[in-house]
Design a binder for this molecule. Structure first.
Ligand code: DUC
Ligand code: ZN
Ligand code: ZN
Length: 467
């Protein structure tokens, strides 16, 4: 299955790369291909797809006085189990730090530890003359996109003047500007007022981060991008009004893109409000505190996200994988939702959860591949090597069994380093059967055959979506 069609085929792999895609039973140079190879992976009755590419992950991200609980080792191993064979993580420049130093630290965290191939975007957390000069040179190092935050004043936040300057670099270099589009200063006022009034439960995280704040910031990012001529990619879109902004800009011919995440397709603010458990009571809702937040189902956001994936108003699905445990991490926010570290862990389940959209008729089989692999590769300069099964491409391949079944939850399928699952109880019609990373079988049924250090750093080219 590719982004554009499906056919019965044999895939011939030589070492780390795909040599040929052949009609079943083909002969090459007079020899029977199937009879002359070292090993046959029988995919009869199953889908053979290019390995998933999760273009938005945060392994070991420092946040709110703690650190995302998956290391590059545990997070990429979980990814492999779930049929994802490449990630693009975010190297962080913190305020007062040089980009070079932030990036070097990220290389150090990842090198030799990954189960699958990995690449980086750069988070720009301190815009100044020196960092802008460094940013211009990052494409030479295979880093062709950077992320800025309109949220989190005092942490990752950039103001409009800083964003404008960085977008000019984006325009000049062809680097993609990625935007966390929420009005952070306004959100922080609303959050303070909620806490002052005694509304401290996790649910109020989503009330403070109102969709108006996402719509407004998305519009502002679009206008700054228009003014500067920068290509813009809005991350973790969750509000239907933000999608409307993206669609409006695209209809006017602007080079603007958006991703959503499984949590915004399946989970809701109402679910979070209703969450209560024996251990945590109403603080149970902290399991789903992420930013952008879960949105109201009554307001129809989830429905709009699925629709936008069909109409191509949104082009990709990534996870924003940023896991924290309840114990010692999420519980930092007991009594004050602002102190709950923001993030959900989904890297292991993205391919399954999106396949569920095929089962329920939300998207086609081809669109599943496009949203989870092919477009991420094209968007972020990996296409040809990744995101497609064709001669010369890396042999990153997933055999997916539509007749298999996956039960998600702790003690079932769960390889992420978390003490809970945000997806506990989800039952998936479908199952990752076999996963190959550059020709090596790293997952065979329930068995993990990979090793830490299998994954290599990927230098990326410019986006194929530049105009
Ligand atoms: N959102 C999250 O949920 N976690 C990390 C950063 C972000 O923007
Ligand atoms: Zn973000
Ligand atoms: Zn993120």
């Amino acid at each position: 299955v590719s982004a554009t069609g499906r056919a019965a085929a044999d895939v011939l792999i030589d070492g780390e790369t795909i040599r040929a895609v052949l009609e079943p039973g083909s002969h090459l140079l007079g020899t029977d291909v199937a009879a002359s190879v070292d090993r046959v992976v029988d995919a009869t009755g199953k889908y053979v797809i290019p390995g998933g590419i999760d273009a938005h992950t945060h392994m070991q991200l420092p946040f709110g006085g703690t650190e995302a609980s998956d290391t590059f080792e545990t997070g990429t191993r979980a990814a492999a189990h779930g049929g994802t064979t490449s990630i693009i993580d975010f190297a962080v420049q913190t305020y007062g730090q040089r980009i070079e130093d932030g990036l070097a630290a990220w290389h150090e965290k990842a090198a030799g530890n990954c189960a699958i191939d990995y690449a980086f975007h750069q988070i720009v957390g301190d815009v100044n003359e020196a960092s802008l000069a460094t940013l211009r040179k990052l494409p030479d190092e295979g880093i062709t996109s950077f992320k800025m935050f309109m949220a989190y004043p005092g942490v990752f936040y950039s103001d409009d003047a800083q964003i404008l300057k960085a977008m000019q670099v984006s325009r000049d270099t062809g680097m993609l500007t990625m935007m966390h589009a929420e009005n952070g200063p306004a959100i922080d006022v609303l959050a303070q007022q909620l806490v002052d009034a005694g509304n401290t439960d996790p649910y109020y995280h989503g009330i403070a981060r109102a969709w108006e704040m996402e719509e407004e910031a998305t519009h502002r990012a679009i206008m700054l991008a228009k003014l500067t001529g920068a290509p813009l990619y809005v991350v973790h879109v969750s509000a239907k009004q933000a999608v409307e902004q993206l669609a409006w800009a695209r209809d006017k011919g602007q080079n603007v893109f958006g991703e959503t995440c499984p949590q915004y397709l399946y989970l809701s603010l109402e679910d979070q409000l209703g969450a209560s458990g024996p251990e945590w009571g109403s603080f149970e809702g902290a399991k789903w505190v992420c930013s952008t937040p879960l949105r109201s189902r009554a307001e129809g956001h989830q429905h709009s996200m699925w629709q936008a994936l069909r109409t191509n108003d949104l082009q990709m699905v990534s996870t924003d994988h940023c896991p924290f445990c309840m114990k010692d991490q999420k519980e930092l926010g007991l009594g004050d939702f602002r102190k709950i570290p923001n993030g959900i862990g989904s890297i292991e389940h993205r391919m399954d959860l999106m396949y569920q959209g095929v089962v329920t008729g939300e998207i086609t089989l081809e669109r599943w591949v496009e949203l989870t692999s092919t477009t991420p590769a094209r968007m972020f300069g990996l296409y040809g090597r990744k995101g497609v099964i064709q001669p010369g491409a890396d042999a990153d391949i997933v055999v997916y069994d539509p007749n298999g079944h996956t039960s998600i939850g702790l003690g079932k399928t769960h390889h992420m380093n978390m003490d809970y699952s945000a997806w506990e109880g989800y039952e998936i019609d479908g199952k990752v059967d076999t996963v190959l990373s550059r020709g090596k079988v790293i997952v065979d049924g329930d068995e993990y055959l990979g090793a830490k250090g299998d994954g290599r750093f990927l230098k990326r080219g410019l986006s194929q979506y530049l105009i």
